[in-house]
Design a protein around this ligand. Structure first.
Ligand code: NAP
Length: 283
């Protein structure tokens, strides 16, 4: 497994396992299988409703804690967010059955983000979040957060896949010491990604699947990827991407697939700002 080193020196696997949309009753099995397949980075969130199941799988795996990299995320909080965020963090740690997480992310750029971030900085100082970061921040929000706080986010987890490549955003983040992490690396299969003719042809040249080409392309760009699958054969396929390399020409060909826009929604769309920004978790 290759790693990236975050701005604060923490090492993070470049490939991990995401558990969004895995129902809680399936998550323990899926994470157990993912750990058996060799994944060591797990990506969950309070909003996914499956932190407890992730925690059970981690515990029963017997894998030493220091070999794992566990990420969870703080949902949108109202002002003043420090106390609410602390409660939410304690709840997440309790559900995971852990005394620290390796990465804690502000899940959405909505609500009292600055209050959330000040709470995050405290969790980091306390050693209970080894690294802190954000998700779904467009460059304007990211730069503002960096300029007006002590700690810069170590990571920005954003939609990144062949149809929305984020190269300019990645460049801005690199300049500011923020590691880019891809969510939806397969665009959740939208726009027929798994049957894309170009990606299929490149895969055929290497004896690899479209999924493997996409993950390899992300890794060669220095983007941390966290593919999700509930199927053990796909988990194994998705981690088997360290024995081949895409050529410069293949990387350049994949660059032509970029549409420059989301296949889901734009986090700057006022309808979504209201829908997500006013949603609250039960506890
Ligand atoms: P994704 O990884 O792009 O796609 C997952 C889909 O691809 C599933 O339908 C899966 O089906 C299928 N798949 C997986 N491997 C495959 C393979 N080798 N061949 C064919 N199909 C395959 O989608 P995602 O789950 O949305 O994104 C990944 C992770 O990013 C999430 O799990 C979550 O941890 C994180 N995320 C974060 C945010 C955020 O706001 N920060 C938002 C979305 C996601 P099966 O399961 O049936 O195999």
């Amino acid at each position: 497994m290759d790693h990236v080193t975050l701005a604060n020196g923490i090492r993070m696997p470049i490939l991990g396992f995401g558990v969004y949309q895995i129902p809680p009753e399936q998550t323990e099995r899926a994470v157990t299988e993912a750990l058996a397949a060799g994944y060591r980075l797990l990506d969950t969130a309070a909003a996914y409703g499956n932190e407890e199941a992730v925690g059970r799988a981690v515990k029963s795996s017997g894998i030493p804690r220091e070999e794992l990299f566990v990420t969870t995320k703080l949902w949108v909080q109202d002002a003043p967010a420090e106390a609410n965020s602390r409660r939410a963090f304690e709840t997440s740690l309790g559900r995971l059955g852990l005394d620290h997480v390796d990465l804690y992310l502000v899940h959405q750029p909505f609500g009292d983000v600055y209050g959330q971030w000040r709470a995050m900085e405290e969790f980091h100082r306390e050693g209970r979040a080894k690294a802190i970061g954000v998700a779904n921040f467009h460059p304007d929000r990211l730069v503002d957060l960096i300029l007006h706080n002590e700690t810069a986010p170590a990571v920005n987890q954003i939609e990144t896949h062949p149809f929305f490549q984020r190269t300019a955003d990645q460049e801005l983040m690199r300049a500011r010491g923020v590691q880019i992490q891809s969510w939806g690396g397969f665009a959740e299969g939208r726009r027929n990604l798994f049957d894309d003719p170009l990606l299929s042809a490149i895969g055929a040249e290497h004896g690899k699947s479209v999924a493997q080409v996409v993950l390899r392309w992300l890794i060669q760009r220095g983007v941390v990827a966290i593919p999700k699958s509930v199927r053990p054969e796909r988990m194994a396929q998705n981690i088997d991407v360290f024995d081949f390399e895409l050529t410069e020409d293949q990387m350049a060909a994949i660059a032509t697939l970029d549409t420059g826009g989301s296949v889901f929604f734009d986090h700057r769309d006022p309808v979504m700002v209201e829908r997500l920004g006013t949603h609250r978790l039960d506890s």
